[in-house]
Design a protein around this ligand. Structure first.
Ligand SMILES: NC(=O)c1ccc[n+]([C@@H]2O[C@H](COP(=O)([O-])OP(=O)(O)OC[C@H]3O[C@@H](n4cnc5c(N)ncnc54)[C@H](O)[C@@H]3O)[C@@H](O)[C@H]2O)c1
Length: 211
C-alpha cells in the first residue's frame, strides 16, 4: 500500500488496513528512511526538517498507530524500528542522519520500558554498510565503484558491505519468539563498526598533527 510515513493519515490507514485484512496486528517494522550526508554547516533548516520527518517522525507515527492494536493482541506484539550504526555512535560525515537515528534509539528504549508489562517488545536494528540503493544513490556517472565501496567501508573493521539478507535475518530474529526476552536493544549488524575504534593499515597516515 502506497504510504508516506511522514503523514499520520497515511500511516494510520496502512495499519488499519492490515488489521482489517488479518484481524489483528503482530508486528510493525518501521524501516523507511533517507540518508543525508554533509556537515552541519552545509545542511539547511529544511534538510533537518525533512530528515526528522522521515527518519524520526515516520517511526513515531508507525509506533503510535500500531501500539493500540499490538496492546489488543492477546499474544502480544513486536515493534522493530530501523536505526543505524549511526544510532549508536557519532559520525562526523552525516550528523543530522546520526541525530535522527539516535532519536529512534531513544524512542525504542522508552517504548520497551513503557510496554514491557503489556507483552509488547520494542527493539531496533543498527546496521553498518549494507548494499542497498541508499549506498549507491549519490554515486556520480562514471565514478569508480570499487573506490566508492572502499570509502563506504573504510571505517568498518569488516571490510565489506553486508547483503540486505544479513540484516533481514536479524530482523526476523527480533520480531520472532526466538528473541522473546530481548527488549529495548539496538542490535548492531555492522561487522563490529560500533564496537569501538580500531587501527587498521588501511587508515590514512598522512594527516596533519595538531600542535
Ligand atoms: N543501507 C545502509 O547501509 C543502511 C545502514 C543503516 C541503516 N539503514 C537504514 O535502513 C533503512 C532502509 O534503507 P535502505 O538501505 O534499504 O535504503 P533504500 O533507499 O533502498 O530504501 C529506503 C526506502 O524508504 C522509502 N522511503 C523513503 N522516504 C519515505 C517516505 N516518506 N514514506 C515511505 N517510504 C519512504 C523509500 O521509498 C525506500 O523504499 C533506512 O531507515 C536506512 O536509514 C541503511
Amino acid at each position: 500500500m502506497r504510504t508516506d510515513v511522514t503523514s499520520g493519515a497515511d500511516v494510520e490507514r496502512l495499519v488499519n488496513s492490515a488489521v482489517d485484512r488479518y484481524g489483528k496486528l503482530d508486528i510493525i517494522f518501521n524501516n523507511a528512511g533517507i540518508a543525508m550526508g554533509g556537515s552541519i554547516l552545509q545542511r539547511s533548516e529544511e534538510d533537518f526538517d525533512r530528515l526528522v520527518a522521515v527518519n524520526l517522525k515516520g517511526v513515531f507515527l508507525g509506533c503510535k498507530h500500531a501500539l493500540p492494536h499490538l496492546l489488543d493482541n492477546p499474544d502480544g506484539g513486536v515493534i522493530l524500528n530501523m536505526s543505524s550504526n549511526g544510532g549508536l555512535i557519532g559520525r562526523p560525515g552525516d550528523p543530522l542522519y546520526v541525530a535522527t537515528k539516535h532519536g529512534v534509539m531513544g524512542l525504542t528504549k522508552s517504548l520497551a520500558l513503557a510496554y514491557a508489562d503489556r507483552k509488547v517488545r520494542a527493539n531496533a536494528l543498527c546496521p553498518g554498510p549494507i548494499d542497498t540503493a541508499m549506498i549507491w544513490a549519490n554515486l556520480e556517472d562514471g565514478a569508480d565503484r570499487e573506490d566508492h565501496i572502499r570509502r563506504v567501508v573504510a571505517n568498518c573493521p569488516t571490510p565489506r558491505m553486508a547483503a540486505p539478507e544479513e540484516v533481514a535475518r536479524a530482523a526476523l530474529f527480533l520480531v520472532s519468539d526466538t528473541s522473546s526476552f530481548v527488549n529495548g536493544v539496538g542490535l548492531a549488524v555492522d561487522g563490529a563498526k560500533a564496537a569501538g575504534v580500531f587501527n587498521a593499515d588501511r587508515y590514512r597516515m598522512d594527516f596533519q598533527l595538531l600542535d
